[in-house]
Write a protein that binds this ligand. Structure first.
Ligand SMILES: Cc1cc2nc3c(=O)[nH]c(=O)nc-3n(C[C@H](O)[C@H](O)[C@H](O)COP(=O)(O)O)c2cc1C
Length: 408
């Protein structure tokens, strides 16, 4: 990968994690990779905004790319650390060993993290105050505290003259970047749609828990004119940054109101008795013009389930009883959905049992604090009869009525 100009003497440095077995944050599959972007401003004082993870040969690649504008590590005067998560700061320890002069700009909360994660003493840092402006030649960098998008110490940097927002994790997406198509206007319409979809998955996996903070951050930034968004993952939005800003606004608002009129169905079945009603569930929803997204566990990845569930106003779970509880892989899904604060959902559950059941009670207990509106459930012993199927269908129509009203 080569260094790429963004505007004037602002450049993008970037690497792609291409290893399809790699799990981002140790959990999330990245079958199409992910980019890690940093930004370089070549000015009377050279500025580097965010680093890279210290894996593969990423630091060397960053150095090589800096060489494209005749700069080396020692030439960096100012290092802006928007976020201390190691995918952006992993290289910090080595960087600071090789460059003893660069002053680090970060939030007050990031200062102790510099030491804890990278052994960098507080004396090297200047803790920003919210809205503070740093003049560097023709560039005016303004720093904004944006706590919890994604960690408590996170901030964003805004270049005031060119109206460029270096947003770090916000507005990011999964997906490797082709070095000839780094901007939203350079990718094909299919690729554009891909990055939008992967931005949702990234949001649901990484940012969703902090949605109330995203809303606060968006409110804080709403007074800024933003012409270009330079995130730390994914493409740069310069033709139409409103696309990703509007997506974020919508995704974040799902934490306090209805999401889309769609249903995510997650199901499991050991011997096929629960599965026997799956098609009936899907058909009934489709007949009511409600889009359905279907996932089976175990098998389908939780990261994809989360993205779909975040965007759906309705959730339906189908699973049998297993040792007096929910089928265990489903219990994990239910748990993860709550960790990610997937809330404000209309919910229905169905499933088979063998003798006395137990899954429903377990489901009720485990979702007590979910914020879900559990509209009903249907359980049956063994294989479903025609009577069971008719009863489920009736329950589902009631469910659809409530979902439609909720999303109207
Ligand atoms: C390992 C195992 C544990 C089970 N535990 C219970 C149980 O605690 N209570 C119960 O009523 N049925 C239990 N069952 C019976 C299943 O719930 C029943 O067979 C059901 O029809 C399975 O649905 P499925 O065909 O969709 O997998 C268990 C079955 C298996 C295989």
């Amino acid at each position: 990968m080569h260094i790429k100009p963004v505007v004037d003497d602002i450049y993008r440095l970037s690497v792609n994690i291409e290893d399809t077995n790699y799990l981002f944050e140790g959990i999330w599959p990245i079958p199409h990779g992910i980019s890690i972007n940093g930004y370089l401003i070549k000015a009377e004082k050279n500025v580097l905004i965010d680093l890279t993870q210290d894996i593969f040969s990423f630091p060397q690649e960053f150095v090589q790319q800096m060489g494209g504008v005749a700069l080396d590590i020692e030439d960096i005067d100012i290092l802006v650390v928007n976020h201390m998560e190691p995918d952006h700061s992993g290289w910090l320890r080595e960087f600071c060993k090789r460059n003893s002069k660069a002053v680090i700009y970060c939030t007050k909360k990031a200062v102790p993290l510099l030491n804890a994660f990278a052994g960098v003493p507080a004396e090297r840092a200047i803790a920003i105050s919210d809205g503070m402006i740093l003049e560097v030649g023709d560039y005016q960098l303004q720093f904004f505290d944006t706590p919890n998008i994604h960690w408590p110490e996170t901030m964003m940097t805004y270049e005031r003259k060119r109206k460029i927002l270096f947003s770090c994790d916000a507005f990011g997406s999964y997906g490797s970047i082709d070095e000839n198509a780094i901007f939203d206007d350079q990718v094909s319409s299919e690729k554009h749609a891909f990055f939008e979809q992967e931005a949702l998955r990234y949001y649901a996996n990484i940012v969703a828990t902090f949605s109330p903070f995203v809303l606060k951050g968006l409110e804080k930034l709403s007074g800024l004119e933003v012409k270009v968004i330079c995130p730390s993952h994914g493409i740069i939005w310069r033709e139409n940054p409103a696309v990703i800003i509007n997506h974020y606004q919508r995704y974040a608002e799902y934490c306090k109101g209805p999401a889309e009129r769609e249903v995510t169905v997650v199901w499991s079945s050991m011997y096929g008795n629960t599965k026997q009603v799956l098609n009936l569930v899907i058909e009934t929803l489709r007949k009511r013009d409600i889009p359905v997204h279907v996932f089976q566990v175990p098998g389908d990845e939780i990261g994809y389930i989360l993205a779909s569930a975040w965007k759906s106003a309705g959730l339906i779970f189908g699973m049998p009883t297993y040792e007096y509880k929910m089928f265990p892989p489903m219990a994990h899904v239910i748990d993860e959905l709550q960790v990610k604060k997937v809330t404000n959902k209309k919910v229905f559950r169905f499933g088979s049992y063998g003798w006395s059941g137990g899954a429903q009670k377990d489901f009720e207990n485990k979702t007590e604090k979910s914020g879900w509106d559990k509209l009903g459930y249907y359980e049956w012993q063994g294989a479903p009869t025609d009577q069971d199927k008719a009863a489920i269908q009736q329950e589902l129509h009631t469910y659809c009525d409530a979902l439609i009203e909720f999303t109207s």
